[in-house]
Design a protein around this ligand. Structure first.
Ligand code: BEZ
Length: 214
């Protein structure tokens, strides 16, 4: 089983999808990416998750995130299932779903956890930065649908903290105060955060969320 870690380069692959053949790195281009796996087509939780991902299309676009899903069924099955997703979730699926029948991509990304299920993928998520490094991984069991608000929240945090020397505290959401990275001295912080910051403890300094840099 693959053992991808944060900071690793997301392995490249070619795959058949519901929207034709893609080459992963070429598909991502200079954008951020989210790759997420689904146990199987025509399953209830997956149907709601893919509908949710489609309904958040504008939010992903605002953040320049390309969306790519995966399920271990074939292209014909995906295309037929998408009609059901669109109908039942009141949406239009507008991103490709990988048809990973030979489990090539699932194995490459360690999406099959044999002790959970020998053949179906678990609910994995990989968030990938424009330099193709893996910035976040998440694994949910098949029985628990993912929270897409949380995925957007993590992407907001990543896009902020990659370009600024800050980190985001528990339950942070876009617009809330952030914390200053411990590696920043008070002298540096005075210059970096001209609007000021609050020292709760020497190691816990909070400041207003900086503007997003791209
Ligand atoms: C579902 O997507 O509903 C599902 C898939 C596999 C196992 C359990 C639930």
């Amino acid at each position: 089983m693959s053992d991808l870690k944060l900071g690793d380069i997301a392995p490249d692959f070619t795959a058949d999808t519901s929207e034709g053949k893609i080459s992963f790195h070429e598909f991502l281009g200079d954008s951020w990416g989210i790759l997420f796996s689904h146990p199987a087509d025509y399953t209830p939780v997956c149907t709601t998750e893919l509908g949710a991902a489609a309904n958040y299309a504008e939010e992903f676009k605002k953040r320049d995130v390309k969306v790519l899903a995966l399920s271990v069924d074939g292209v014909k099955s995906h295309k037929d299932w998408i009609k059901d997703i669109n109908e039942t979730q009141n949406t239009t699926v507008n991103f490709p779903i990988i048809a990973d029948e030979d489990k090539k991509v699932s194995d490459l990304y360690g999406m099959i956890h044999p002790k959970a299920d020998n053949t179906l993928t678990v609910r994995s998520v990989f968030v990938i930065a424009p330099d193709k490094s893996i910035k976040m991984t998440l694994t949910y069991p098949a029985s628990t649908g993912r929270n897409f608000e949380e995925l957007l929240r993590v992407i907001d945090s990543l896009q902020l903290t990659v370009y600024n020397k800050v980190a985001t505290p528990a339950n942070w959401k876009h617009g809330d105060d952030v914390v200053i990275s411990p590696s920043v001295s008070n002298e540096e912080a005075d210059k970096m955060f001209p609007k000021g910051y609050k020292t709760v403890k020497p190691y816990l300094r909070t400041t207003a969320q900086p503007e997003l840099k791209k």
